[in-house]
Design a protein around this ligand. Structure first.
Ligand code: AMP
Length: 555
């Protein structure tokens, strides 16, 4: 065991789970893990206030895997997640942490997929069931004893679950669970509705909240880029093209990620190295020495390995993976802006981590501005700028020292000076692409597709299903209509209202409730004349996007 996994070992998790974590490359528990794991292992009920990005999944998965009995082939732990996407993510996490626990099976139960295979996996004795509430209720209708053997319940992203209207389903599920069980609730926020659930269904729960003290981060310009996880390395390469950095430290979460990113950077010619907890102390010190004296320009590090780095040359910090909490963010970006210099901090956030971004802004009291991925033209301009900068100082003396050689070469090669200069440029730039077409070929543009992709993931299955399951009562003569524009598109109720009033020519009281969800919105409209109204609104745009309002069928 390395010194760093000692942090996990001290928490008391099962040795076979520990070896799996080591393999995944975690070095030390995140704050929420350090607090939650011992409590869950001790059998307490728990309320954890934490959002995506804090390491909350492992905070409940590791102790639960340590507590279940692989010999018993029956559901022992139930994890409820609001969306299909999260359920799959949680199930995958359980699978990776249980690789060294023979006999442990995980099943994901979610809407939008056939019930048969899920049922089969349940019958074959999966001990861990990760489910979205709607689909689980469907299974319960077929087999009401399904959850009789569950001893651990986790409600993940409980606030999201309520926002999506799963309250009724939750009641059905609580009803089907044994009284004597451990219940753990994770939620980013704790509104009254969540506290109500906790009061009703949890027993003397322990509370965990990662305290967020306001911090000051002077002189550091902060920005973020929204990007999907699998595009991070490509995004880093693009950003480096246009960022004017001296030395840079890039933070990632796992040892493996330090190696992968450092290798990708080296392959592109950067002087980069990895720094992680597996690297011997004297070697780590060398890496930092090299960063100080310029033999290295980029270090890709985990938090553990980067502790105490004080290198005044560092102008940039890239948070390639989100830190677990705002304190850690502040600590990381404090690696730049040293000795009163200015620094720049860039965070790569995935769409699901948006909330963490807001927390960081709140805690640091500063705006983190969004940047877009540089396009090929920006990359080209930046390459040319660098070349110009490198050539500029040579102009004064080069002709005197190399003019004669130039004449001789043009004669020997029988070419014009322009042709020779072009050949020398190719050589001087090591064949680097210096026109748009070549840059596009060399670096296929990484689309900013994160949010769209997530929208697609999230809109499947349960979101729509649950609207059908628990519709809000409609006023007489009204129907519900749906648009694919939601909060994520910057839509607010007043925008929809304004557009429908103006373009549809309706009176204000003809429009009923407007519900803005993350990825879609619902509007109650008069049934009479609906087709005509929708026709009038056919080309309407809101916030620059096509409204495309359709009747929403709830049966
Ligand atoms: P979560 O907040 O559960 O969505 O986790 C966010 C990410 O952090 C996931 O990609 C995890 O694999 C990763 N992660 C969780 N705990 C640790 C840890 N102790 N060390 C490194 N990475 C972690």
């Amino acid at each position: 065991m390395t010194q760093e996994t000692g942090g996990f070992a001290a928490l008391g998790i099962h040795p076979n789970v520990l070896t799996a974590i080591t393999a995944v490359g975690y070095e030390e528990p995140s704050p929420i893990q350090a607090q939650a794991i011992p409590q869950i292992l001790a059998g307490h009920d728990l309320i954890g206030q934490a959002q995506t990005g804090t390491g909350k999944t492992a905070a409940f998965a590791l102790p639960i895997l340590s507590l279940i009995d692989p010999a018993k082939r029956e559901p022992q732990a139930l994890i409820l997640a609001p969306t299909r996407e999260l359920a799959l993510q949680v199930a995958t996490a359980f699978e990776s942490y249980s690789v060294n626990l023979p006999g442990v099976k995980v099943v994901a139960v979610y809407g939008g997929a056939p019930m048969g295979p899920q049922l089969k996996a349940l019958r074959q004795g999966a001990q861990i069931v990760v489910a979205t509430p709607g689909r689980l209720c469907d299974h319960l209708r077929r087999d009401e004893k399904l959850l009789n053997t569950v001893r651990h319940l986790v409600l993940d992203e409980a606030d999201e679950m309520l926002k999506l209207g799963f309250m009724d389903d939750l009641d059905v599920i609580f009803e089907a669970l044994p009284e004597s069980r451990q219940s753990v609730l994770f939620s980013a926020t704790l509104p009254a509705s969540i506290r109500g659930i906790a009061e009703k269904h949890l027993r003397e729960p322990k509370h965990i909240k990662i305290a967020a003290k306001t911090q000051t981060v002077a002189k550091i310009e902060q920005a973020y880029l929204m990007v999907h996880a699998d595009q991070k390395a490509a995004a880093v390469l693009r950003l480096l093209e246009v960022e004017d950095f001296d030395a840079l430290i890039a933070f990632v979460r796992t040892k493996q990620a330090t190696l992968d990113l450092a290798a990708a950077l080296e392959a592109k010619g950067y002087k980069a190295a990895a720094l992680n907890g597996d690297i011997a102390q004297n070697q780590r010190e060398r890496v930092i020495e090299f960063l100080k004296d310029g033999r290295l320009d980029i270090v890709v590090a985990t938090d553990v390995a980067a502790r105490g780095i004080d290198v005044p040359r560092i102008t940039h910090v890239f948070n390639v993976d989100m830190p677990y909490d705002p304190e850690s963010y502040v600590h990381r970006i404090g690696r730049t802006g040293r000795a009163g210099r200015e620094g720049r901090a860039l965070l790569l956030a995935t769409p699901r981590e948006r909330r963490m971004l807001q927390v960081i802004e709140r805690v640091t009291g500063q705006k983190v501005t969004e940047v877009k991925l540089p396009d090929s033209k920006q990359v080209l301009d930046s390459r040319i700028r660098r070349l110009t900068k490198a050539l500029q100082p040579l102009l004064a003396t080069a002709e005197a020292s190399h003019g004669e050689l130039l004449d001789r070469l043009t004669t020997e090669l029988g070419c014009e000076p322009r042709a020779l200069a072009a050949a020398l440029l190719v050589k001087a730039t090591n064949g680097q692409a210096l026109n748009l077409a070549e840059i596009e070929r060399e670096q296929p543009l990484v689309p900013n597709s994160g949010p769209q992709r997530e929208r697609r993931d999230r809109e499947g299955g349960d979101h729509e299903r649950r609207e059908r399951r628990a519709p809000q009562p409609l006023a007489e003569g009204r129907v519900r209509c749906r648009t694919a524009l939601g909060a994520r598109d910057g839509i607010a109720a007043k925008n929809l209202l304004g557009a429908i009033l103006n373009e549809g020519g309706l009176a204000r009281d003809a429009i009923g409730r407007i519900q803005i969800r993350e990825t879609f919105s619902l509007v109650e409209l008069p049934e009479e004349g609906l087709d005509r109204l929708l026709g009038k609104l056919k080309d309407t745009r809101v916030a620059g996007k096509s409204l495309k309002l359709r009747r929403y069928r709830e049966d």
